[in-house]
Design a protein around this ligand. Structure first.
Ligand SMILES: Cc1ncc(COP(=O)(O)O)c(C=O)c1O
Length: 472
């Protein structure tokens, strides 16, 4: 048996007392059975680096009070009859019942979400969201991380307090967003976050009180619905049509409107220019904020890239959230939020209170990855790859289903929304070994009209073609 506790030399409690308390608590908490052998005083003294005299004195006390039993010639054991037990048994209970722990209102509002099971052997997985990691330049990434690791030592290890993120990374992000997304901002408006999920969370922390209405798209991203519910917001589901969010259906009281304008999640439609202007005007006139979640807009396959809502009008009340999860890899856990100047201080304070700042090493390596052009090169390469996969998927749907499958949202992103005419697609998929995701859980008001989300970024061309063939 090992010594079941550690001692604290800085504590004002004498070492002998710490050893006595350590054993007594370990025994009473039920970690040992009567008759278990305890270490010899010599082993014990060596394990804790204390003198044997101190350990012997503590053991004597434990023996004297009946917690330990010495057996001549064999050693010392946990007593079979513990001194506190008779009193507990007399009181008619074997151990005091623990009072139930009370959850906060926030915790009570948290809803579980079942995690995805990995595909079974032989199953064709058309549900695998996210980038294809086989193509990520991990060798380059490792080189940049190592370079930063070598430089790490004092500066980064001490972690200069930069709650809004590494300055160089913030400059890189601001420049990148200006070039690729038409976002208009200075580096000081960028707050680096742990993924864009944290960006959404910060936005609700800063702008929403319990009971405040938050408008979200229907169908929409469950991550914002669960988050808004956890914060105690009153959720307003706003329907989406072929032009995106129906702005006229927004309630006047909404404080924040979450939108995915470049590639609505999950329908894939883009918010029309008319609706964009309407939305910005609606928000500006009511002091509400548009939370633009630009999660996968780097991948656009037809037509010019749609500039972000954020850059459309000077001074528009838009908080823009983005992520490296889809253009690099989700495990990186780095995202960002671009906020209007008046919100820089509250966002920075909220981030500092939440987790101080995002890990420094990865931020610096990422700044290098961007400044050396690797990010944009990788995005261009993946765009070509995903474009081909998307064409293969659409061709397979056309060949095997013809008019019995209609595709939405194929101009951009990493998935399609497919509406099938046959009503038995879920059963077919199960029977034929295809993993397929129904769009039902993404709808709040109604069930989806027999729609499925088919992801083409993480599956190869042969897998996509074979999956659709099996479904047909
Ligand atoms: C629409 C949308 N927003 C935000 C996120 C959060 O992604 P991350 O925290 O990895 O940046 C996701 C991830 O699935 C998403 O689909």
């Amino acid at each position: 048996m090992r010594v079941p506790f550690v001692i604290n030399r800085a504590a004002p409690v004498p070492l002998q007392r710490q050893i006595y308390d350590g054993w007594r608590q370990a025994i009473l908490s039920g970690r040992f059975r009567g008759g278990d052998r305890v270490p010899s005083t010599r082993e014990h003294a060596a394990a804790l680096g204390v003198s044997r005299v101190t350990v012997t004195a503590a053991y004597d006390q434990l023996v004297g009070e009946g917690y330990f039993e010495p057996v001549t010639g064999s050693g010392t054991f946990i007593a079979r009859e513990l001194p506190d037990y008779p009193a507990m048994q007399r009181a008619g209970r074997s151990a005091p019942a623990a009072a139930p722990l009370r959850l906060s209102a926030y915790a009570r509002r948290l809803e579980g979400r079942s995690s995805r099971q990995p595909a079974a052997p032989g199953e064709i997985d058309l549900s695998g969201a996210g980038p294809d990691l086989d193509y990520f330049p991990f060798a380059e990434w490792r080189r940049l991380l190592l370079r930063q690791l070598r430089r790490l030592q004092e500066r980064a290890a001490r972690g200069r307090e930069q709650p809004a993120g590494d300055d160089r990374l913030r400059r890189e992000i601001a420049a990148y967003l200006g070039r690729s997304r038409g976002v208009q901002c200075g580096a000081e408006q960028v707050v680096v976050t742990n993924g864009s999920q944290q960006a959404l969370d910060l936005c609700l922390r800063v702008l929403v009180d319990p009971g405040d209405p938050v408008a979200i798209e229907d169908p929409g991203y469950p991550g914002i619905r669960l988050l808004a519910a956890a914060h105690g917001a009153s959720i307003q589901a706003v329907r989406v049509d072929d032009e995106g969010l129906r702005v006229t259906e927004l309630s006047d009281a909404a404080r924040v409107v979450h939108v995915t304008p470049s590639h609505q999640f999950p329908t894939g439609v883009s918010l029309s220019l008319r609706r964009r202007l309407e939305l910005l005007e609606w928000a500006a006139s009511r002091g509400a904020v548009v939370l633009e979640d630009d999660y996968d807009s780097e991948y656009r396959y037809s037509g010019p890239p749609l500039p972000a809502l954020q850059g459309l009008k000077d001074g528009a009340p838009v908080v823009y959230a983005g992520t490296f999860s889809n253009v690099m890899f989700p495990g990186l856990r780095i995202g960002y939020v671009v906020v209007p100047r008046t919100l820089i201080a509250p966002f920075t304070r909220a981030k500092h209170l939440l987790d101080r700042y995002t890990p420094t090493l990865e931020q610096r390596a990422l700044a290098d990855f961007m400044s050396e052009g690797h990010l944009e090169r990788h995005v261009r390469r993946m765009r070509r790859l995903y474009k081909r996969r998307r064409e293969v998927l659409i061709a397979a749907l056309d060949r095997h289903f013809g008019r019995n499958a209609s595709v939405r949202g194929d101009a951009a992103g990493m998935h399609l929304l497919v509406r099938f005419a046959p009503r038995d697609m879920t059963r077919r998929a199960e029977r034929r070994g295809v993993r397929l995701i129904s769009a039902d859980p993404y709808y709040m008001s109604d069930k989806s009209p027999n729609e499925f989300i088919i992801s083409f970024s993480a599956a190869g061309e042969r897998v996509l073609a074979e999956g659709i063939k099996r479904l047909a």
